[in-house]
Design a protein around this ligand. Structure first.
Ligand code: GDP
Ligand code: MG
Length: 170
């Protein structure tokens, strides 16, 4: 029969990478050019139907600022899934993303489904992080990788859909 799955999902990544924009696109189908910085964290929920299940995502959109770092474990502890977001036009944000992967692999739920999202894929001319490099990193660390654009909606639903498919069926 059809299964109902509740899945806590956390977005982590550098400030400005586009975490809130990805959530806004996924939950409301909108994009805001001057998205305000997240304070602490924000909560959203959205349901997605995959073949054999209905997945209710309970989404924690974290701030990304270093001064909120100590709060992060509250959001990723017990999470079934994480999306680590970087900005393809910003090498430092990719490096920051790798730090989050390290932290999750050291402290998070070992069965967590992890996605690496190279966001702002619409800004091709300003691209600094090649997809091949991110893909290789993701493969080596057991994440799946997609380039996304919250602005154009490219691959946004797909990231959540792919996570939903990979969640353990209990
Ligand atoms: P956060 O700090 O990771 O939550 O990042 P935000 O979602 O607040 O986005 C930071 C800035 O990048 C905002 O001005 C967004 O409008 C912009 N932005 C987010 N996603 C995209 C994208 O896919 N393409 C482009 N061109 N800009 C984006
Ligand atoms: Mg934000």
């Amino acid at each position: 029969g059809n299964k109902n799955i509740n899945a806590k999902l956390v977005l982590l990544g550098d400030v400005g990478a586009g975490k809130s924009s990805l959530v806004l696109r996924f939950v409301k189908g909108q994009f805001i050019e001057f998205q305000e910085s997240t304070i602490g964290a924000a909560f959203f929920s959205q349901t997605l139907a995959v073949n054999d299940a209905t997945v209710k995502f309970e989404i924690w959109d974290t701030a990304g600022q270093e001064r909120y770092h100590s709060l992060a474990p509250m959001y990723y502890r017990g999470a079934a899934a994480a999306i680590i977001v970087y900005d393809i036009t910003n090498q430092a944000s990719f490096e920051r993303g790798k730090k989050w992967v390290q932290e999750l692999q050291a402290q998070g739920n070992p069965n967590m489904v992890m996605a690496l999202a190279g966001n702002k894929a619409d800004l091709l001319d300003a691209k600094k992080v090649e997809a091949e490099e991110a893909q290789a990193y993701a493969q080596e660390h057991g994440l799946f990788f997609m380039e996304t654009s919250a602005k154009t909606a490219t691959n946004v639903n797909d990231v959540f859909y792919e996570i939903a498919k990979r969640l353990p069926r209990v």
